[in-house]
Design a protein around this ligand. Structure first.
Ligand SMILES: [Zn+2]
Ligand SMILES: [Zn+2]
Length: 371
């Protein structure tokens, strides 16, 4: 614990502006820390760029005592409404939850320990660019409530958040049994009624001949991402892919300055089980290609996972949560690529007006045409 206090001190010393003493913040799109008050910029030490990205053996890790893994202690706030736990700016005492827009009451001195992330993709898109993307996306929506469009004008609705992810690499070997179907067509005759008479016609009917199939296939998975958060719509979050994980940098607190970080809500074992689930469709399609023919049935698959490895990383996302009719809508922006994904409310009034307008236009056209 005393080590932690030491580390915190040295980090905050490094984060103090030499010009005016304010806290330096990470500047998206650069490798610099910048002072919002006097404009001073400091480059984050270069060594973070060196060295090859290291993967950790999952089997070795799970065999070891979990308590020995490297953890960091962070000041956090927990949302009573959605359960998300994230870091916060210790200088503010009340705040809105970035995930569900409910009011947060920050109790002093609450901390959580989290796995020390090994790598991070720093923010590349700043709040201004993110705000523009967000506004364009909102303006492209049909039948959105008016206050939603006004909402877009305040860029402070966007929260810069580092989200925790696990990534897995793995080679798999799957043995399977199934059946290969080969289609053939048979000409069949049938009776139809035409002009009140029975006539004989022919048609081609598809049949399938099935043959037993079995074999072995190999797959290789690289940087399969599993989110360690439960606070966001999983489908929308996955739609933010791809992430340029080849550009990961060694973890450094300085990248996090000025942003919030969510602590992980999904542990390594659970994430690995989820990763296996994400491997399944790809293994299945490899098996189908291996079986060949016109159609396939898979009866049994046994997969071995060879030397799975993992990393714990942080990825940058701009988040905005919007409440409309007591429902929460989340908007996400990939802060590397600018990709926007969001849930959206519909305005019942606008839809009703559009339907009425449509009916009126139809009536007018009809009455003009019939004159
Ligand atoms: Zn300064
Ligand atoms: Zn919340």
């Amino acid at each position: 614990m005393s080590d932690f206090i030491e580390a915190t001190k040295s980090v905050s010393n490094e984060l103090a502006c030499s010009g005016c003493g304010a806290i330096l913040k990470f500047k998206p799109g650069t490798l610099n820390l910048v002072c919002e008050y006097c404009g001073a910029e400091n480059e984050i030490a270069k060594p973070v760029l060196e060295g090859k990205i290291e993967e950790i053996s999952l089997d070795d890790f799970l065999a070891k005592n979990h308590e020995q893994e490297e953890k960091i202690e962070v000041a956090t706030v927990n949302c009573q409404s959605c359960g998300a736990t994230s870091t916060f700016d210790p200088n503010i005492s009340s705040d809105k939850c970035p995930f569900c827009a409910s009011n947060l009451v920050v109790k002093s001195g609450s901390t959580s320990s989290m796995h020390k992330p090994q790598y991070v993709l720093p923010f590349a898109i700043d709040i201004k660019k993110a705000g523009d993307r967000f506004k364009n996306w909102l303006n492209s929506l049909w039948f959105a409530p008016n206050d939603l469009k006004h909402y877009a004008n305040s860029a402070d609705k966007l929260n810069g958040m580092y989200l925790p992810f696990w990534t897995f690499d793995c080679k798999t070997d799957s043995s399977y049994t199934g059946q290969r179907g080969e289609d053939y067509y048979v000409t069949e005759s049938y009776t139809a009624v035409e002009n009140g008479k029975n006539v004989t016609r022919t048609r081609q009917v598809r049949h399938t001949r099935w043959y037993a199939a079995s074999g072995n296939v190999n797959n290789e998975f690289d940087d399969l991402l599993i989110e360690a958060t439960k606070s966001l719509n999983k489908q929308k979050l996955r739609a933010l892919e791809p992430w340029d994980v080849k550009n990961l940098l060694a973890y450094n607190d300085k990248f996090l300055s000025g942003f919030r970080t969510e602590t992980y809500a999904i542990g390594l074992k659970e994430a690995y089980a989820e990763a296996k689930g994400r491997m399944e469709p790809e293994i299945e399609s490899t098996i189908r290609r291996d079986i060949g023919g016109d159609r396939q049935m898979i009866h049994y698959v046994n997969t071995s996972y060879h030397n799975p490895t993992f990393k714990h990383i942080l990825l940058p996302v701009w988040i905005s949560a919007y409440r409309y009719n007591n429902k929460v809508y989340q908007f996400l922006i990939n802060a590397r690529t600018g990709e926007v994904q969001g849930e959206r409310p519909y305005s019942a009034i606008k839809i009703a007006l559009a339907v009425i307008t449509g009916v009126v236009i139809a009536v007018v056209i009809y009455s003009l045409a019939s004159n």
